[in-house]
Write a protein that binds this ligand. Structure first.
Ligand code: AIR
Length: 168
């Protein structure tokens, strides 16, 4: 059984966990109502034995929590972040603004969607130059997990990417 760290709590105190080996993949969703749509990603990571954690953090309702999570994830050992949200889905972009980790955005078709997920698709895909988010299809959480696994499978060999600021 892979180590799983599925919680839906606030990330307050994440820095206290620095001593513990963190999960490799961080999965965020903007609402509890998004959880079911991320099940295929969780199943895929479980099947591949990739450690992961799951947190509910809204970019609009809890922006400080998102900032704290994103800015401490790499220190805790997270190597890829998957972020799913619906409607005005700012979550993946805000995470990418606070972290140099690769971020995979999953546009979700929420119950209040406009255009069957087109609202979230555009919000996630249309990132400004310098702040990249990889975007999978609407409700494409399984592909997000497969892409995360492929990113993790890449070894080193390239120099550390420059920081966010120097890519603007
Ligand atoms: N959302 C939550 N905070 C910011 C955004 N964009 C999204 C959630 C969910 C939708 O709003 O990701 O898909 C509706 O959330 P709720 O909590 O009202 O069901």
């Amino acid at each position: 059984m892979p180590a799983e760290h599925e919680t839906q709590t606030s990330p307050i105190g994440l820095l206290d966990e620095l001593d513990e080996p963190g999960p490799l993949v961080g999965i965020l969703v903007g609402s509890e109502s998004d959880l079911e749509a991320m099940d295929p990603a969780l199943a895929e990571l479980r099947e591949r034995g990739i450690s992961h954690e799951l947190k509910v953090l809204s970019a609009h309702r809890n922006p400080r929590g998102v900032a704290e999570y994103a800015s401490t994830a790499q220190l805790r050992g997270v190597r890829v972040i998957i972020a799913g949200a619906g409607m005005a889905a700012a979550l993946p972009g805000v995470v990418a603004a606070y972290s140099d980790l690769p971020v995979i955005g999953v546009p979700l078709r929420s119950s209040k969607t406009v255009g069957g997920g087109l609202d979230a698709l555009l919000a996630i895909a249309q990132m400004p130059p310098g702040v990249p988010v990889a975007c999978v299809s609407v409700d494409g959480s399984r592909n997000a997990a497969i892409l995360a696994a492929r990113i993790l499978a890449q070894g080193g060999g390239y120099p550390q990417a420059p920081s966010i600021q120097s890519e603007q």
